[in-house]
Design a protein around this ligand. Structure first.
Ligand code: AN0
Ligand code: CP
Length: 320
């Protein structure tokens, strides 16, 4: 594997799952693979899980790890070409990215949707500049339109907990006071369809996700109907994805907050969320604290998904 930005890059999904389970049994099995290799993790946005689990993954593989928080201590970066740089930005991404590439072998990038331009976000302008100009393999630690390390971890978690071959997995929109990206729901839909599950997406009208991620999933506007007989409920807020109102919050309807009322019509479903989560907006205390809540196992599996992905990238670098 050279770069990792979506499900298409992982290759055979079931082989990737086997590798994940193998690493879970012995996470230091490939500790020699990363010897004298350096992982650089670049954050344009905040993180708890991705920062810790990806760093741990690098250490599992014997790598040296450097973390750069672009907004804390680095020069403010311009990202648009052609701008007369007479404002507050001291350096251009077009120099900064190849410089970062000089000090490492593999780069992880977190760069959320900015909601300034749907076109720029959906073209993954920042992530692609790293791919184009760093000279290094690049993997997404949540970019503008996807969070594949999260979905890979979510998929491992479902495989570990499912009791039927083809579970019904429901992705439910839930309310949130601020505009959040579509990256997590986009990737989750894409991975769940690729895994071959029955996938239902439920949200208020106006919150349709981009069809290039949801192809193969059923859309159901009635949340209670969507939850009927479900085996896994995955809650997440996202802002409007369509060109009109892109990045806007058009509903804060707390009737969509996942509670015992909706969970009661499922087939004793597990509750999932990528975290961080706002309690009693996205999900009630009772549901997230119940024995059916998988939020901590999902977070734990982030170490595993990141170890598999970086291992595959390191294997691609062997002999170079
Ligand atoms: C981010 C999001 O919704 O994309 C990160 C989730 C992993 N969440 C927030 O900004 C609260
Ligand atoms: N789930 C997730 O990516 O969490 P962080 O934003 O804390 O990294």
């Amino acid at each position: 594997m050279r770069h990792f930005t979506g499900v298409k890059d992982i290759g055979d999904l079931h082989q990737a799952l086997q590798e994940a389970l193998e690493i879970k049994k012995d996470r230091y099995k490939f500790v020699e693979l990363g010897r004298n290799r350096t992982l650089l993790m670049v954050f344009f946005n905040s993180s708890l899980r991705t920062r810790l689990s990806t760093q741990k993954a690098g250490l599992n593989l014997g790598m040296n790890v450097i973390v750069l928080d672009v907004n804390q201590g680095a020069w403010k970066l311009e990202t648009e070409r052609g701008v007369i740089m007479d404002g507050d930005k001291s350096e251009h991404l077009l120099e900064a990215v190849p410089v970062m590439g000089c000090y490492c072998d593999v780069i992880g990038v977190r760069s959320f949707a900015r909601f300034e331009s749907r076109k720029d976000d959906y073209e993954e302008k920042i992530l692609n500049q790293f791919i184009q100009y760093s000279g290094r393999p690049v993997f997404s630690m949540e970019a503008a339109t996807g969070h594949p390390l999260q979905s890979f971890a979510d998929w491992i978690t479902i495989e570990e907990h499912k009791t039927v071959e083809r579970p019904k997995v429901v992705l439910s929109w839930a309310p949130h006071p601020k505009a959040l990206p579509q990256a997590v729901p986009n990737s989750f839909a894409e991975w769940m369809v690729a895994a071959g599950y029955e996938v239902v997406i439920t949200h208020p009208e106006g919150y349709e996700l981009d069809s290039r991620f949801t192809k193969g999933a059923r859309i159901e506007y009635d949340q209670m109907k969507a939850f009927e007989g479900a085996h896994f409920i995955y809650a997440k807020n996202w802002s409007v994805a369509s060109p009109d109102n892109y990045g806007k919050v058009i509903s804060m309807d707390r009737g969509w907050t996942v509670s015992d009322r909706q969970m009661a019509v499922t087939d004793n479903a597990f509750f999932m969320h990528c975290l961080p989560v706002r309690r009693n907006m996205i999900v009630t205390d009772d549901v997230i604290e119940s024995p059916r809540s998988l939020v901590i196992p999902e977070a734990a599996n982030r170490e595993i998904s990141a170890t598999v992905v970086i291992k595959k990238i390191l294997e691609g670098l062997q002999g170079q």
